[in-house]
Design a protein around this ligand. Structure first.
Ligand code: HEM
Length: 355
């Protein structure tokens, strides 16, 4: 499984198939992530190419914005994601993990029965969504993420996507009438109603697929290992070794040199996090999963102004879930994987508790 996930680290190169520059060395990836003046996240403004889904409102979320607007909005939403605010969710996440594992039975589907509900419910809870509406959230998230997961236009998925966005928008518009929690904080800003809905939808998309994948990857990495001595360090190594976000796009705003290559304004660049995390210049023995690796400056949550807002939350969720799983003995009894351009997707992982 792991061998074909590895990405080759090498010079910056132009890939016709992708229509842009592929960046793999740690130093180059780090520059693309941190030099936001030259490498813009706003594809609508800077790309010279036709981008699929470019009319999609979700692309205008925080992650796809440049300063100064990014700075203004990021400051508002950062208030919500402080380590303290996130830590206050620990008891409810622990209770949720225990409840999911208790109802899962001796042999269970790790994704469908644990990872997926845990990640969606945590974000729904964070947004103050009533538990009675969580099933709707699960449905909307499925429709939205499965649309983004396709490269070809599929009419049924497109319709489901549009409907999910409308329903979610209606739901949030009702919530804005009686704001509480995070939504109340967000409403103290000058965010328009449209931006508020966009941000809430973005949280679901950013926060759920990635956290779910991280938990599944952690189980895969740890299945053949002795129990890790430090779950925190082991979690960081899972992030380095199998990053849930394989890469991220940028657009060149002005001519620049990267890794000895000349890049022109408007060109597309993909910073390959998977590869950077295995650069031998930075990580000793990078192809080895070492649960005690320290320091571990992986780029799996990005770097610079777009550094993942949910990093604390994701780390905490995975630490709690792993601790609960590691209190039991289990093995994987069924595994189905799919290879994507940036790594692997685990389609199915059945865990059987052995004692
Ligand atoms: C940004 C990864 C979980 C919300 C990012 C970026 C990465 C990332 C790589 C930077 C993207 C870029 O620079 O283009 C991950 C991983 C996660 C995770 C690996 C789980 C293991 C979450 C969660 C949330 C979240 C749980 C929210 C609840 C965000 C937001 C941004 C972001 C809002 C955009 C920040 C900005 O542009 O300023 N994430 N993420 N993420 N993430 Fe996460």
């Amino acid at each position: 499984i792991f061998a074909f996930h590895a990405q080759e680290v090498g010079p910056v190169r132009f890939a016709e198939s992708f229509g842009g520059w592929v960046v793999t060395r740690y130093a180059d990836v780090d520059r693309v992530l941190t030099d936001h003046e030259v490498f813009s996240s706003d594809e609508l403004r800077h790309s010279t190419q036709a981008i699929p889904h470019s009319s999609n409102p979700l692309l205008r979320g925080l992650q796809a914005m440049d300063p100064p607007r990014h700075h203004v909005l990021r400051r508002v939403v950062s208030q919500v994601f402080t380590p303290r605010a996130v830590s206050s969710l620990e008891p409810s996440i622990t209770a949720k993990v225990d409840a999911l594992l208790a109802s899962a039975g001796p042999s269970f589907d790790l994704i469908g029965e644990v990872a997926y509900p845990l990640s969606v419910h945590t974000i729904a809870g964070l947004l103050g969504v009533q538990p009675s509406r969580w099933p709707d959230f699960v449905r909307w998230t499925e429709a939205i993420t499965s649309f983004f997961g396709t490269s070809t236009v599929d009419e049924a998925r497109q319709t489901a996507f549009g409907e999910a966005l409308t329903e979610m928008g209606d739901y949030f518009r009702e919530e804005f009438e009686r704001p509480s929690g995070i939504i109340a904080t967000l409403m103290t800003s000058d965010l328009t109603e449209y931006e508020l809905i966009d941000f809430c939808a973005l949280l679901l998309i950013n926060g759920h697929e990635t956290t779910k994948t991280l938990l599944v990857n952690a189980v895969l990495c740890l299945v053949s290992q002795a129990k890790p001595s430090d779950i925190g360090l082991a979690g960081e190594e899972v992030l380095r070794y199998l990053p849930p976000t394989g890469g991220t796009d940028r657009f060149v705003t002005r001519p620049t040199t990267l890794g000895g290559r000349e890049l022109r304004a408007g060109e597309r660049v993909v910073a390959m996090i998977t590869a950077a995390n295995r650069d031998p210049e930075v990580f000793a023995d990078p192809q080895t999963f070492d649960p005690d690796r320290k320091p571990n400056p992986h780029l799996s949550f990005g770097h610079g102004i777009h550094f993942c807002l949910g990093a604390h939350l994701a780390r905490m969720e995975v630490r709690i879930a792993l601790a609960a799983l590691l209190r039991r003995s289990w093995r994987i009894t069924d595994l189905d994987t799919h290879r994507t351009p940036v790594g692997i997707d685990i389609l199915k992982a059945t865990l059987t508790i052995t004692s």
